[in-house]
Ligand binder design. Structure first.
Ligand code: HEC
Length: 143
């Protein structure tokens, strides 16, 4: 009971300050199981995030897969998690680069992403997964 209350207060304080993404608010297991596969997935008409963002020189810098490997090792996934966590502010769409950079401008995204409009709308299931990970419950309304 008491521990639950403390947890609620802590969570409330964190969201009020729009605290930077931390391991407490972002779920590593969800990231590994649901978010990382999106970075490797080929979408029709688009280049995979991984192709441009493996060892890229911008802030979205993914680990390079070992030759022949289809997925990152545990250690690499941890590093990806640390990197990508810095690109979101839980609960805050407009501060989360991971969410608005690859989103079409008509849907509220960024018009200057060299990687293009990877997600046409916020209804894209993969985009929704990213938003869910970043705790953006009602994309577009949470500014
Ligand atoms: C064709 C290459 C390409 C692809 C594919 C691509 N990107 Fe990018 N992305 C870039 C480049 C180049 C930049 C940095 C310059 C810019 O702002 O466009 C960037 C920037 C970003 C940033 C901002 C990084 C920072 O420094 O703040 C994010 C977040 C991002 N991309 C997410 C994605 C996601 C998610 C995908 C896949 C769904 C993706 N990108 C696919 C080329 C790509």
């Amino acid at each position: 009971m008491r521990a639950g209350l403390v947890a609620m207060i802590v969570a409330g304080a964190a969201s009020l300050q729009a605290a930077p993404a931390s391991a407490q608010s972002l779920d590593y297991e969800f990231f590994k199981a649901r978010v990382e596969p999106i970075f490797l997935k080929k979408k029709p008409g688009h280049t995979r995030c991984y192709v441009c963002h493996a060892e890229s020189n911008n802030a979205f810098r993914l680990e390079k897969l070992a030759p022949g490997a289809k997925f990152w090792t545990e250690e690499q996934s941890r590093r990806n998690f640390a990197t990508v966590s810095k690109l979101v502010v839980p609960g805050n769409f407009s501060a989360s680069r991971l969410l608005f950079m690859p989103l079409a401008p008509e849907a509220g995204g960024n018009s200057f992403h060299n990687g293009g409009r990877q997600f046409e709308s916020k209804d894209d299931p993969d985009w929704k997964t990213l938003a869910r990970w970043a705790n953006v419950q009602k994309p577009g309304t949470s500014q």
